[in-house]
Design a protein around this ligand. Structure first.
Ligand SMILES: [Zn+2]
Length: 122
């Protein structure tokens, strides 16, 4: 199993026992190495480290991958949202609601639970 290094630019500066490594007399605080990390798609050991990276590189990353200059639009054709009506007792519990027109269409439980089933045009 290979260990990954946390990509946090200041990971080694957080004073914790688990980061202190090396032989007696020449110990250093080091970037964390883990087989699994839970933040930033497995790239960061903590939310602090993820936030540090974002603080340092976020603007450059957004510019690199394309900064939005115009608002995006969600149109009527793609504004369908699955909803579950807790107050209803019958088959119409599961509905698709259009967020723009407020039109409702009944859904079966299977359609509701099927993440591939959609009225949106994608
Ligand atoms: Zn870290």
């Amino acid at each position: 199993m290979t260990l990954k290094l946390c990509q946090g630019p200041a990971c080694h500066q957080y004073i914790t026992k688990d980061r202190l490594k090396g032989p007696a007399g020449s110990k250093t605080y080091q970037t964390r190495r883990r087989s699994t990390m839970y933040y930033g798609k497995g790239n960061f050991c903590s939310l602090n480290c993820q936030n540090d990276w974002w603080e340092l590189h976020g603007d450059n990353a957004v510019d690199h991958f394309g900064r939005l200059t115009e608002p995006k639009h969600l149109t009527e054709e793609n504004a369908w949202e699955k909803r579950y009506d807790w107050s209803s007792d019958h088959e119409t519990r599961y509905v698709y609601v259009n967020g723009i027109t407020n039109e409702q269409r009944p859904l079966t439980r299977e359609q509701f639970n099927d993440s591939n089933y959609t009225l949106n045009e994608r």
